[in-house]
Ligand binder design. Structure first.
Ligand SMILES: *Cc1c(COP(=O)(O)O)cnc(C)c1O
Length: 227
């Protein structure tokens, strides 16, 4: 199926209120343009330098009337973000979905104070069984959202998680069930804390059953990545 056909099929399949985030990492700007032509507007990248390069490449493209052709693309960042890379990312994204440490949260807040911007973030939760997956525990999320410390230049918009990489659907359901329960436990406390970003190419249909409001889909749209 072409990029266009997959986008159109996904848009038809996703319930209203669920955002499709097209994960374009490792694919060229031309693939983004193809998805854009099919109506897709939200894209996500996971490496600072790659995001920056794609943003700049697309910003240089003008339409027939000479105005920028892709100025309404909305970028999300979904990868591990080192604090020395903030300036490659924060000026260009509407949301950082992958805030996975207090250190990063503090750095984003500080950057916002220095640059006069409030950044929308999701807290990345450690829901998978594997030890290697980064992110906060449920208790850490509750603590951060308790308001005992304030982050005036950050707006908490919700949670992000990745299920265990496995064919065992019961394990995936367990992971999604835990993050949904955490989301429901904390969502009522904060204004605009409305997003539960779970579900990727292999498991987005299951994620929808657990209340996902944002699915992050790469391979299904753009094909396999060549690393
Ligand atoms: C790469 C990536 C995705 C997309 O994964 P696919 O399996 O290609 O759909 C989603 N979320 C995150 C955090 C990723 O790094």
């Amino acid at each position: 199926m072409s990029i266009r056909e997959t986008i159109l099929k996904l848009k038809e399949e996703l319930p209203s209120g669920v955002e499709l985030v097209a994960v374009s990492k490792f694919h060229p700007a031309d693939a983004v343009r193809e998805a854009y032509a099919a109506g897709q507007r939200i894209f996500a990248e996971s490496r600072p330098q790659e995001l920056y390069a794609k943003v700049k490449e697309l910003a240089a493209v003008t339409g027939a009337d000479g105005t920028p052709a892709y100025s309404d693309i909305i970028w999300h960042f979904i990868g591990h973000l080192q604090t020395n890379k903030l300036k490659l990312v924060l000026p260009y994204v509407a949301m950082v979905q992958s805030v996975d440490s207090l250190h990063l949260l503090e750095a984003i807040d500080r950057w916002g104070r220095e640059n006069g911007r409030v950044t929308d973030v999701l807290l990345e939760c450690h829901i998978a069984a594997e030890q290697t997956k980064q992110g906060f525990s449920g208790d850490e999320v509750k603590r951060i959202l308790s308001g005992e410390r304030s982050f005036p230049n950050v707006k908490f918009r919700g949670l992000m998680g990745m299920a265990t990489f496995t064919d065992d659907e019961a394990v995936v359901r367990g992971d999604f069930g835990r993050i949904r329960d955490l989301f429901l436990a904390v969502a009522g406390r904060l204004k605009d804390f409305t997003e539960l970003s779970v579900g990727m190419s292999e498991d987005y249909r299951i994620a929808l059953e657990y209340g996902s409001t944002m699915v992050r889909i790469g391979t299904m749209i753009f094909g396999p990545r060549v690393y």
